[in-house]
Unconditional design. Structure first.
Length: 280
């Protein structure tokens, strides 16, 4: 077993502000330092009692809530992500080690390396975040210099020449000060107007009686939307059920031809069984 590592973190400034520290048999100190030792291979993950760390974390969270300074949700989520990664890494390390003989052993090693890379990525993001916070704190103490234009540069400015009169200025002011219309969300793209199966069937009956037959592609060539195409297909099924049309197809996925087999003067009544032609 490696020697005990004892490194105390900075003194906490409150129950919910100080760094979370763990107290194990082989390590005592901040949780971030434990993660750093694991990523640098100075501490074996199999020697870390993750259950004890979890118990101490839950106790620290409850103590912070009792002290009226609860931890932020982001801080708790950060611990859960790291703890879950450490748990997966420890499980991968505890698997039997040996020569790689098949693809399953290779996948297990790749998964372990992926978990370790995830820890390194987490550490890198945390260091970058700390650097950005430091830069923001420094820039917060800076103020822009407020000075006028130097005389020799001000002399280079062209003279202002107004090409409009009071009337045009009044129109521009009225347009700028006019109350704007309240913002409105257009729902036209999510509303599908109803299409009647009965009406589309009447259109198909009129065309087929005049031509005697046509391909399905021709019958839907003037459809305004995909919904009209679907409704006309449903209308053809209704006409087929009434035995007034027949379908011809030379082969699979070939052109579908619709032939008129009904009379010229017979009355065709197709009911809207699909709720005003809505296929849904």
């Amino acid at each position: 077993m490696p020697p005990e590592v004892v490194l105390a973190g900075p003194a906490p400034t409150g129950p919910g502000r100080g760094p979370f520290e763990v107290h194990l048999d082989n390590f005592t100190g901040p949780f971030d330092l434990l993660l750093g030792l694991i990523t640098k291979h100075k501490l074996d993950i199999t020697e870390v009692a993750l259950a004890q760390i979890t118990d101490e974390f839950i106790a620290a969270v409850r103590a912070a809530e009792a002290g009226d300074e609860p931890w932020e949700l982001g801080r708790i989520s950060e611990f859960l992500v790291v703890a879950a990664t450490l748990l997966d890494l420890k499980a991968a390390r505890l698997l039997p080690a040996g020569d790689v003989e098949d693809a399953e052993d290779l996948e297990a090693l790749e998964a372990r390396d992926l978990l370790f890379a995830r820890l390194l990525q987490y550490r890198a993001y945390k260091e970058v975040a700390a650097g950005l916070a430091e830069r923001l704190a420094q820039q917060a103490r800076s103020v822009p210099r407020s000075v006028g234009l130097e005389p020799h540069l001000a002399a280079l400015l062209p003279e202002l020449v107004l090409a409009i009169g009071p009337t045009e200025l009044a129109l521009l002011a009225a347009r700028a000060l006019a109350p704007r219309a309240a913002p409105r969300v257009d729902l036209g793209h999510v509303y599908a107007p109803a299409v009647s199966v009965r009406e589309q069937a009447a259109v198909l009956v009129d065309r087929l009686r005049r031509t005697g037959g046509a391909s399905f592609r021709t019958l839907v060539a003037d459809a305004e939307s995909p919904l009209v195409v679907v409704v006309r297909f449903l209308a053809l099924l209704e006409l087929f059920r009434e035995a007034v049309v027949a379908f011809d197809q030379a082969g699979p996925l070939s052109e579908l031809t619709v032939r008129w087999t009904g009379g010229d003067d017979s009355e065709i009544d197709v009911m809207d069984d699909y709720g005003q032609g809505d296929p849904g």
